[in-house]
Design a protein around this ligand. Structure first.
Ligand code: SF4
Length: 425
């Protein structure tokens, strides 16, 4: 096949190429014919193959055991931009704390955020809580019944509304997320850029046309799971794929090229500066972020983002970081803080941002009193109850660990050494 000379085919053991060695992609020879869309729709036979595979191979997941809409809703929200393995660690614990929408609505937001801590993308937790309150106050506790009703709740987009409505109420709506788009782009050998609206609309239409109207929820779940487990972004497991006979990218040797994706804009580089300020009782001064800030409502160290032109690829904080932190503290706390030694720095992992959280020790004037409601001294017990972003939690754990009294190391006596060596003989 001539295409093998121009396409990097990474699919080990692929049925189409007989397990040939991967070859180097030569974009200059990627012809218009290869880029041309394949006409025709996915058919009934492919749908049945997908259904049979899911019936035999579906993963045993807690939200599939009891098909209650609240459980399905919670699982869909947790699974947004998060892997199944991670969600499994939080799902049951969250349900234990908030077993139904009424319990979730009645809980304070701080408690919901605490249960969410570590799962990331905290806007999801805030929206979940807001939605539960809307259900409790405006819908007399009744959960939505249709796609349109789910879509009207905060934090629920077209994908989640379609997934929940199809799984919980059997509504014939195709749920199209990144996984499903990738599978469809490969099945159809779609040459369009998957980040473009036109390509996304076309794939969404294909998904809707191909939906199993008798069991839309199962069909949606099957397609999503196929994307997660088999048609993975890299190294898809084509030999194990139930749709390999229907896959046009596999037949044409373009799997490694699909989906076509234009490059993302580079993440913003940020140096975040924070002050570790501790009083005589071991309490730390912390600031609760405003609702409209990034990571809103979560607690942070006093400080802020440093304006700079340099890169964060160099791990060393930029020159002037200490004086910049002093300026930020003066602005935030209304007093002249003494910024001292470097304590630690932790990489930032926030969507769209790359950089570091850099922490310095600092001292405040003896008569300092916080006048702002969101800046407070938190004791160890209060810190344990409060919610933090990942980076702040890492810093606090490191500091708390450093405070623990060290156990004196036992001196090795000659006798102990001899008996130890005897034991090992
Ligand atoms: S749909 Fe199946 S055969 Fe096609 S690329 Fe994905 S895993 Fe391979």
């Amino acid at each position: 096949m001539v295409w093998r000379s121009v396409i990097s085919h990474h699919v080990a053991g692929c049925g189409a190429c007989g397990g040939a060695e991967p070859v180097i992609l030569n974009p200059k020879r990627y012809t218009a014919r290869m880029a041309a869309p394949v006409k025709g729709k996915l058919d009934e036979e492919a749908r049945v193959a997908l259904r049979d595979w899911f019936t035999a191979q579906a993963a045993d997941l807690p939200w599939r055991r009891e098909r209650r809409p609240y459980r399905i809703w919670l699982a869909e929200v947790m699974l947004m931009q998060t892997r199944v393995a991670t969600v499994l660690r939080y799902y049951e614990r969250f349900l234990e704390a908030f077993p139904d929408p009424a319990a979730l609505a009645a809980a304070p937001l701080a408690e919901v955020l605490k249960r969410w801590e570590g799962l990331g993308y905290y806007t999801r937790a805030r929206n979940l809580h807001r939605a539960a309150r809307i259900i409790s106050e405006q819908r007399a506790g009744q959960l939505p019944q249709s796609y349109e009703e789910w879509l009207a709740l905060p934090g629920i987009g077209p994908y989640s509304a379609a997934a929940i409505a199809s799984i919980a109420s059997g509504e014939a709506r195709a749920a199209v997320d990144g996984n499903v788009r990738r599978v469809l782009a490969r099945l159809l050998d779609e040459p369009g850029d998957i980040r473009r609206g036109q390509t996304q609309r076309s794939l969404a239409q294909t998904a809707q046309d191909w939906l199993d109207a008798d069991a839309p929820g199962r069909h949606n779940e099957a397609l999503m799971e196929l994307g997660q487990r088999i048609c993975r972004p890299r190294a898809p497991l084509c030999p194990s794929c139930p749709l390999r006979r229907h896959c046009r990218a596999l037949a044409r040797g373009t799997v490694a090229l699909r989906p076509v994706r234009s490059p993302r804009s580079a993440p913003r580089e940020e140096w975040q500066l924070g002050a570790l300020i501790v009083d005589a009782q071991g309490r730390t001064l912390l600031r609760q972020r405003d609702a409209d800030e990034r990571l809103g409502h979560l607690w942070a160290f006093p400080g802020g983002v440093m304006t700079h032109n340099g890169t964060t690829a160099i791990k060393k904080p930029p020159a002037g970081a200490r004086s910049e932190l002093a300026r930020l503290l003066q602005e935030q706390l209304g007093c002249a803080a003494q910024v001292g030694a470097f304590f630690t720095q932790v990489p930032l992992r926030i969507s769209g941002v790359r950089g570091w959280l850099v922490i310095y020790r600092a001292k405040l004037p003896a008569d300092y009193q916080s006048t702002a409601e969101n800046i407070r001294w938190l004791s160890a017990a209060e810190r344990a109850r409060a919610s933090f972003g990942r980076a702040e939690r890492v810093v606090l754990s490191a500091w708390e660990e450093a405070q623990r009294p060290k156990r004196p190391r036992r001196k090795k006596t000659k006798l102990a050494g001899r008996s130890a060596s005897r034991r090992t003989k």
